[in-house]
Design a protein around this ligand. Sequence first.
Ligand code: SF4
Length: 364
Amino acid sequence: MPGVYLSWPFCGQKCTYCNFASGVLPREWEPRYEAALLAELAAFAWPWTPETVYLGGGSPSRIPAEVLGRLLAAIPGQPWREATLEAAPGEVSAELAQAWRAAGINRVSLGTQSFVEAELRRTGRRHTAEVAAADVATLRAAGIDGINLDLICGLPGQTRDSWETSLDWIARLDVPHVSVYMLEVDEDSRLGLEILNNGARYGAGEVPGDELQVELYERAVERLRESGIERYEISNFARPGEESRHNLKYWRLEEYAGFGADAHACLGGLRRQNAEDVREYVAALESGRSPVTAETPAEPAAERFFVGLRLASGVEVSAEDEGEYGERFRRLMRDGLLERDGTRVRLTPRGVLLSNEVFQEFLV
Ligand code: SF4
């Protein structure tokens, strides 16, 4: 069953590590952005009824309750099996949480990133560990138990001790789902650019080295497992049955529609991307044009491996795959990066750490 992604790119601050097309945008753009989103939703032919909805961005926790109601009312299939809203810690109030629940939201992903104040301040995040903990309690009181907490491994100044502090908070809050992302270093974030330029701003000189980052990631896998939360995707961990149904669609190459600036879609064997820039996206819809800026055929065979291998369960190999990729499988197994269990291949623990090397093999 397909899913729907909706992007709300407005944020309260631009975090130093963030490489998304989001940030502090003028508030007066919001009504025009809402109108553009509603126009894009209304023009969609809905070949199916979605079972999941995901509001990301950006900070969808900043969407006024009445706007959220209008946006969700434009999506068929209520009540959805899973409807997730990404929230910035500190932006969750009892009234909002109740409004989210009433609008059909049953899962909230909190962008906690760290529970250590010094690490949070450097990234531009304004919350504290206590604020994040209060948000979790508020969500539960409103009847939203599907809660994900995000952590970033590799933040400036992070140490073994500070990582344990964050993992202690995660264990204490006892949530069913946790995401652990490795810090991405690229030119699309201020911190990434500073690291690439060997600069010192944003704590760029104090990013833990690769070996320590690997150690911290593996420690998270261990600590989460002790709490009954297993890794089911490279960056995602859940109690059994609490995996994100929506995100699993991306890794299983199932269909999803995307609405909003920089939203992606996978529909009818095609991958589509909307205009990244909010102004460009709004201008397209205001003048009756499509906001899609790129459309390419999906490559099911290769994508099945370089996307599907992210899953701990691995990928089923057909006789046809064997002919096309058999030599690559054997090479990666010799290098200790892939393992095989009957007709399934999956990353080894070493392969998880060197996953980009493995994925490259399927991109050529
Ligand atoms: S990390 Fe989240 S809150 Fe921070 S700028 Fe990026 S999208 Fe906005």
